[in-house]
Design a protein around this ligand. Structure first.
Ligand code: NAD
Ligand code: TYD
Length: 358
């Protein structure tokens, strides 16, 4: 028995693979294109572990996926691979449509052909798990209840629109062809191996480098935050006990405005790694031009997965964020290695016209 994971060299995918092989003895075939966001360093601790088979390749490559399915005969596919950064989707939506929509379509078609060729328990037990986001539901007003699985889809960014499209394809492949799928829609993750283009790792990296901490707009946008290993355990619970065709919302019961997240990071950095001049990292805060179409609030009602599958997050925000800051402080080489020329070009592109002070 084995599972095929796509995007297992990215932030959540690599945490999932590491966690899976700590928790279980079942091999993982890890298919990842290694875009700017994919990093084999995340999986370095698995060097020499024969339970991990890494394959560099594209989920749009049907021939490759057919070969991997035929060779390894996985009992499940866990689909993380995606373009995942909203700001990048605003600057260049094409790659988001290609990977998130065409790629998911290609994977579904390959999975369907493979599943049709299975028989008996292998066929009934097979699962295609699709990893998605709460952003497909759109933006909430302050008084709205959190998103449930029956909220209408109202995606507002090219990223969330492409993820919404992929969710619809997954749903349709179940209803039309009977493919045994499950989907999870999760809130914002944070933790180790988070690429420093996203809010939390960017703020830590910029603070330590003496750069400004760019807050979009008024900083009052609200996100629900979940420690990444809790997302991994939720996906394992869905794979183990989830009902075919069902959607599960996953969240941390932890809504916070962005400015509060940044202030928490500042407090922890002041404690663990104070500035040489004795001043607070808050001196580096800079309010900058807002993201176009910026969703105001996301919040997740995670009662269904708790009620039906017995899943709840193990970390509180207080424990998870302390671990995260400590991880970044102890893994400065990892951060330096991902801050390549391409990463610096991205920072220039995204922040140059937001009037961030030098
Ligand atoms: P990430 O950007 O860190 O990693 C994506 C991975 O996919 C990378 O390793 C990349 O190389 C790989 N990839 C990209 N295009 C590919 C292609 N065409 N073929 C094969 N591999 C490809 O993303 P992440 O934050 O780890 O997110 C993983 C999944 O979880 C995504 O589907 C995302 O939509 C979803 N999600 C993310 C969050 C979050 O807070 N980060 C929250 C909810 C859901
Ligand atoms: P991000 O980590 O990009 O995740 P998402 O857009 O998928 O929620 O951003 C989280 C929030 O932080 C979002 O409201 C945008 C905001 N943000 C900033 O204020 N400044 C930044 O430099 C970045 C990258 C994000």
């Amino acid at each position: 028995m084995s599972i095929l994971v796509t995007g297992g060299a990215g932030f959540i995918g690599s945490n999932f693979v590491l966690d899976w092989l700590r928790e279980r003895d079942e091999p993982v075939i890890n298919l990842d294109k290694l875009t700017y966001a994919g990093n084999p360093e995340n999986l370095k601790s698995l060097d020499g572990d024969t339970r991990h088979v890494f394959v560099q390749g594209d989920i749009c490559d049907r021939g490759l996926i057919d070969r991997l399915l035929a060779e390894h005969k996985p009992r499940a596919i866990v689909h993380f691979a995606a373009e995942s950064h909203v700001d990048r989707s605003i600057h260049g939506p094409g790659e988001f449509l290609r990977t998130n929509i065409d790629g998911t379509f290609t994977l579904l078609e390959a999975a369907r052909a493979y599943w049709n060729g299975l028989a008996g328990d292998a066929k009934t037990g097979f699962r295609f798990h699709h990893v998605s986001t709460d952003e497909v539901y759109g933006s909430l007003k302050p008084s709205d209840p959190p998103f449930t699985e029956t909220n209408p889809y109202e995606p507002n960014s090219p990223y969330s629109a492409s993820k919404a499209a992929s969710d619809h394809l997954v749903r349709a492949w179940h209803h039309t062809y009977g493919l045994p799928v499950t989907t999870s829609n999760c809130s914002n993750n944070y933790g180790p191996y988070h690429f420093p283009e996203k809010l939390i790792p960017l703020m830590i990296a910029n603070a330590l480098a003496g750069k400004s901490l760019p807050i979009y707009g008024d900083g009052q946008q609200v996100r629900d935050w979940l420690y990444v290993t809790d997302h991994c355990s939720a996906i394992r619970a869905v794979l183990d006990k989830g009902k075919v065709g069902e959607v599960y919302n996953v969240g941390g019961w932890n809504e916070k405005p962005n400015i509060e997240i940044v202030n928490t990071l500042i407090k922890l950095l002041n404690e663990f790694s104070p500035r040489a001049d004795g001043k607070s990292y808050s001196e580096q805060i800079a309010y900058v031009t807002d993201r176009p179409g910026h969703d105001r609030r996301y919040a997740i009602d995670a009662r269904k997965i708790e009620r039906e599958l017995g899943w709840r997050p193990a970390e509180t925000f207080e424990t998870g964020i302390r671990k995260t800051v400590q991880w970044y402080l102890s893994n400065q080489d990892w951060v330096r290695n991902v801050q390549s020329g391409a990463y610096r070009e991205w920072l220039d592109k995204n922040y140059a016209d937001r009037s961030v002070p030098a």
